[in-house]
Write a protein that binds this ligand. Structure first.
Ligand code: GH3
Ligand code: MG
Ligand code: MG
Ligand code: MG
Ligand code: MG
Length: 302
């Protein structure tokens, strides 16, 4: 991860570049571009926290560059500061309306420029940290902390979205409800931590077996559900059979010496006609899961 701030100076006057680079040294690592095209190429390759942008450039205007930056980058990703000899109010307004965070006219007061850049760097760093934290929180809020599969709420949200899409497209999907067999015995015999390890291992094995479009969620203590989009009955049955095989074959090493074994039972349901709501599907799958348990476990009922 990058730590220091990155500053891009876009300026066609070599002496101005030198003045700015000296002025801003110590605030971050400095790159420069002497044309608009060069600036855009550098922006495609690397991320900058602050871009000091001249307006009058040999190949295009700084306004064009700014417009391009605004179109390509997320808001707040880099702060553009115009540094230009154009001091009329209209140009200043134009630059700011294009999304620049500041507009400095030449000749400028060096200490003030340094202070402004420093403030923008702080803001840009804070924005980036907040965005990262937000993404991380969103991820955490969607996942089951133990197995890394979706938690119940997020699973339901995603499946409902799939069901709505299926309704529009006419393509259906299948729901599998998976419950571990005699899981309580694992806890009772080897302890709760061993039970947790079993949950982690099976979820991991299933995630490897499933396609990236499939949605796996932990919907109860040792109960999981998978929604298989655009999947018919035969294919869903095959997938369920593979999941059970995987579970059966999975060597779960516990405390480096014991190998725990587990099986699972599955109730499978797919929407017929317009029974396209998750509650109905879950209920149907749950009844079938119960039947699979009654019939001796380690099997699928559809
Ligand atoms: P069946 O084959 O009928 O499903 O039997 P089972 O033992 O799997 O089902 P039962 O509902 O009797 O027990 C489920 C157990 O799962 C009880 C509960 O303590 C345990 N459990 C639920 N959540 C967790 C968890 O996060 N970690 C661990 N280790 N155990 C859990
Ligand atoms: Mg110029
Ligand atoms: Mg169980
Ligand atoms: Mg259960
Ligand atoms: Mg149940």
């Amino acid at each position: 991860m990058k730590h220091g701030a990155d500053i891009l100076i876009v300026e066609d006057s070599a002496s101005d570049i030198q003045i700015l680079a000296e002025l801003l040294s110590g605030l971050g690592s400095i790159s420069f571009a002497m044309t608009g095209a060069d600036a855009l190429a550098k922006l495609r390759d690397s991320q900058f926290d602050v871009i000091l942008l001249d307006v009058m450039l040999p190949d295009m205007t700084g306004f064009d560059v700014c417009q391009q930056i605004a179109a390509d980058l997320n808001p707040g990703e880099s702060s553009v500061i115009f540094v230009t000899a154009l001091h009329d109010a209209q140009s200043e307004e134009h630059g700011l309306l294009l999304g620049a965070m500041d507009y400095i006219t030449k000749p400028f007061s060096p200490p003030a420029v340094r202070a402004r850049v420093r403030n923008h760097l702080t803001l840009s760093r804070t924005t980036r940290d907040l965005r990262r934290a937000h993404e991380r929180l969103q991820q955490l809020a969607a996942l089951d902390y133990l197995t890394g599969t979706f938690n119940r709420g997020h699973f339901e949200m995603l499946v409902n979205r799939e069901l709505e899409r299926a309704e529009r497209s006419g393509l259906t999907g299948a729901l599998l409800l998976i419950d571990l067999d005699h899981f309580k015995r694992i806890n009772d015999t080897h302890g709760h931590a061993a039970g947790d390890q079993v949950l982690i291992s099976v979820a991991d094995a299933w995630l490897r077996e499933l396609r990236s479009c499939d949605i796996l969620g932990r919907v109860g203590g040792e109960e999981f559900a998978v929604f298989l989009p655009e999947t018919g009955g035969t294919e869903a049955t095959n997938i369920a059979a593979r999941l059970l095989q995987r579970t059966r074959d999975l060597p779960i090493v516990w405390e480096g010496r014991q190998t725990l074994r587990i099986t699972a039972s599955i109730g499978g349901a797919w929407p017929v006609d317009c029974a396209l709501d998750l509650k109905t599907l879950m209920k149907a799958a749950d009844r079938l899961l119960y039947r699979a348990k009654q019939a001796g476990r380690d099997r699928i009922e559809i």
